[in-house]
Write a protein that binds this ligand. Sequence first.
Ligand code: HBZ
Length: 831
Amino acid sequence: MKPVENEPYEDERTALTKEAFKRAFLDNLFYVQGKFPALATQNDYYQALACAVRDRLLQRWISTAAAYTKQGSRTVAYFSAEFLMGPHLGNNLINLGIYAQVREAIAELGLDFDTLLRQEEEPGLGNGGLGRLAACFIDSLATLEIPSLGYGIRYEFGIFHQEIVDGWQMERTDKWLRFGNPWEILRPEWAVEVRLGGHTEQYRDEHERLRIRWVPGKVVVGVPYDTPILGYRNNTANTLRLWKAEAPESFDFSTFNRGDYGGAVRQKVWSETLSKVLYPNDEQIQGKTLRLEQQYFFVSASLQDMMRIMRVQKLPLERFHEKFAVQLNDTHPAIAVAELMRLLVDEHVLPWEQAWDITCKTFSYTNHTLLPEALECWPLELFKSVLPRHLDIIYEINARFLDEVRIRFYGDESRLVRLSLIDENGERYVRMAHLACVGSHTINGVAELHSELLKHDVLKDFYEMWPHKFSNKTNGVTPRRWMALSNPRLTNLLGDAIGDAWIKNLDELIELEPLADDAAFRQRWREIKHANKVEFAAFVKERNGIAIDPQSLFDVQVKRIHEYKRQHLNILHVIALYHRLRSDPNADIQPRTFIFGGKAAPAYHLAKLIIKLINSVADVVNRDPAVNDRLKVVFLPNFNVTNGQRVYPAAELSEQISTAGKEASGTGNMKFSMNGALTIGTMDGANIEIRQEVGAENFFLFGLTAEQVAQTKARGYRPLDHMTPELQEVISLINSGFFSRGDTELFRALTDGLLWHDPYLVFADFESYSECQLQVSKAYRDVDRWTRMSILNTARSGKFSSDRTIREYGADIWRAPSVPVRLLSQQDVKV
Ligand code: HBZ
């Protein structure tokens, strides 16, 4: 086994050789799981394997901690309510560079490696793009050797498990911790108290200074669980620190001693509720007290933890912003602005001005949405009941901010109303995006178009106030998980053709470009895609019981179900194709398999109805002999990271069909493209940049631009103006009950919306989409042309590595230099 070059070591226990690994595996089975082969389950083997890997992680983690402590490194703290990590085992093996060897070692022990990999329950601590972005970012931070901590919540239940029953989505609890989690380490010694509720009062301290005391209604304890995050083939292991909420023991006991056992239990139950479950809503807020409590809980615990680190390193709090750069992943952690002020002013008695200076130099804010319904606003009364002191602090921040606005924009009263941190139109709200903008030195969007729209639309007034704060940071994804791990066949081919450097420097993929004209290479490229499709077809057969043809075009749309993402545009087109086939049984259409996947927020009825429609169409089309297998429709249940890793390598066409101006960036679009799928897409989010990179001739563009969408709406959008005979047939077929066993009302909420008041302009784009799909079919039939386009998509996807994104954040926002780590062995660590 080849270790990282130029490193002194080896520790017998954590050596990367196959023999050392086998011994560690058996040791762990024996001493950690307490099992021997006759009694061991597959899960025991998985746990033993995970522990063997973990020992190797820990050696890097300790070495990293030692290096950072010695250097007192500047550190990035990534604050996110979600980290959608996906399974750790395979990824850690890739990053350690021992995947193939460990697979061999396990096989030599007579076990099936893939079965063990499948034992891991993925930590689904996120909803979708935003949570997955956080996971890609911490991977890249470690790979780039940037000292960093991810801070978030250790939800006991992550995103629900989706089952499809009679075509409908059913939600089942995600019990990911059921069999234990070998990747985390509990750190009870670093637990912190977090206060909630109650009221504030004034008092005079021993120096007769007037101060404010927060008398909380409740206290919870945040207990950190650390997961090491490895860099790719280096010695860095950073930390993901997730907080679990527990009841403070003292609280428990005082109630208990008074004999109120029920009260003590209630307190404990309430406390643990805080980190119990992830809110399953993306892009729409629910305004629940518990959600605000969750946000404050992890933010306060994290800031206190950072202050502890400063104490350990003997740094004065005045230098907080020099030690830490905090990135706010959307507004979910934006309460941190007020909490840092409270900690500095109330607890550490810094003057307001100095505390504010530190705060503004600490935070930067990433916005991920343009949808107005997704902007977090908390009703004032609710906010006050949870965070009375913070409301006062926000009032003070607001008063000083509005003073500044008054001077800058003399006499402009309406601007004050628009900019205020408090929305006073009707019921009063705290506007979290405004708090984030005021308290941050940098504000960024996640794709070029999105960042432009932020400046000129959603955050226009802030842009006019502080244009220098705004910048774009186009999203990226990690090629380790999304190529090297999930697409081993492609990885091997790339290795043969251009070497392995692309895994760390994705721009190297450009070396593939000349090979697009090499017939032998194209042949191998096709064989790989075909093998991936065969493997995926077997998976679909197992999960859905549907036989799909690996010779057909695999056309895929996987992402959260949302009207703006327009899965219904896709299914309307499927119905149109079906209608064409039924009207003309000999119609010459390219055989296709339409694959859908994605979860709907449990309370989002229309999204759930879209899932039902897709499954209803699938039921009819897949069984209709007249179709003769030329069309297949599959709804893959429970789309998550694990299933994503299965689907992207097998995809040929990537559906990125949101209404222009609505998708902030998209990141699935990047995963498809780097795995050689072609995109059919609108001019939205990062699609625009993908098209720019891969070339317009290698991208299927359709639909209105963001500007045209805006104009169409301004004129008053009338869906019927865009009705065509075919679309008419499609809608009639749905409303006739054809897909709903005669129920003519089932899909009415959906069709009525499209016909009468559709903010997402489905009909307006339908014709252009259908026409574009014809172009796709035509291109697909020219096998060489298609393969060339596919190769060029991969070759030109270098920009979409999250390493590039993180380099940009590092250079423009965080200014945290990398700190290479020297591997220490156990003997190097003196007690
Ligand atoms: O963030 C997504 C955007 O829709 C997508 O375009 C972008 O690529 C991605 C990463 O920047 N936004 C989300 O995923 N948002 C959420 O999941 C979400 C979760 C909880 C909320 C609001 C939004 O309260």
